[in-house]
Design a binder for this molecule. Structure first.
Ligand SMILES: Nc1nc2c(c(=O)[nH]1)N[C@@H](CN(C=O)c1ccc(C(=O)N[C@@H](CCC(=O)O)C(=O)O)cc1)CN2
Ligand code: GAR
Length: 195
């Protein structure tokens, strides 16, 4: 199964995919890694593994027209690598409906909260601030909404009294990587079908 991965930052979840592909148990080809943030660590991790990378930058204060053009350019950049699946993990931009329909292949995303709770860009912080005792992570299919796509897998993570956002996020990421690799294995083996 041929995938493209989109990241915006550190790419530690991407690294887990790279490591699993390199070690051999995961029958997946990472055709390319892309980002909206040129030079981000996730792109550096991919380059270090000899994987093709691309960047399509988006200004923070982009106008709706600039954002539409960015979606078109990003879609074209992904399609150049002819993936069977697009994976977003730590990709911090909302993809437009036009992107989804033009791309024509399924997209899965990892989110660091138990959706539908705490959607959006700051799921870990929001769970901490809300005072819940249990949060977790979700792998879901991406639709035109924000974190509203069909849920594929979830894992719970308890919040401790001395947790910081970083300490909690690192524990969540351990479960995210497990769910992400399990999902990719299921898709590659034909044991999971996406619409
Ligand atoms: N159409 C969709 N695109 C994306 C989804 C999705 O569910 N539908 N998931 C995101 C990843 N994500 C949560 O898992 C997420 C990332 C970012 C945001 C967001 O509000 N981004 C803002 C900018 C935030 C910032 O710069 O700090 C934005 O795009 O303007 C929400 C959810 C991947 N794409
Ligand atoms: N809403 C999107 C979101 O918060 N995504 C989260 O960003 C982190 C990226 O970590 P990484 O860059 O080290 O893989 C991951 O925990 C991912 O779920």
């Amino acid at each position: 199964m041929r995938i493209v991965v989109l990241v915006s930052g550190s790419g530690s979840n991407l690294q887990a995919i790279i490591d699993a592909v390199t070690a051999g148990p995961l029958p997946v080809e990472i055709a390319a890694v892309g980002s909206d943030v040129p030079g981000c660590k996730g792109l550096q991790r991919a380059e270090g593994a000899g994987i093709t990378t691309f960047a399509v930058p988006l200004q923070k204060c982009a106008s709706p027209e600039e954002r539409s053009e960015w979606n078109r350019q990003l879609c074209a950049a992904v399609q150049e690598h002819a993936p069977d699946l697009l994976v977003t993990s730590g990709f911090m931009r909302i993809l437009s409906e036009e992107f989804l329909t033009s791309l024509g292949v399924p997209i899965i995303n990892t989110h660091p909260a138990l959706l539908p709770s705490f959607p959006g860009a700051h799921g870990v912080r929001d769970a901490l601030r809300h005072g819940v005792k249990v949060t977790g992570c979700t792998v879901h299919q991406v639709d035109a909404g924000v974190d509203t796509g069909p849920i594929i897998a979830q894992a719970a993570v308890e919040i401790t009294e001395d947790d910081t956002e970083d300490s909690l996020h690192e524990r969540i990421k351990v479960q995210e990587r497990r769910l992400l690799l399990e999902t990719l294995e299921r898709l590659a083996a034909g044991r999971l079908q996406l619409s």
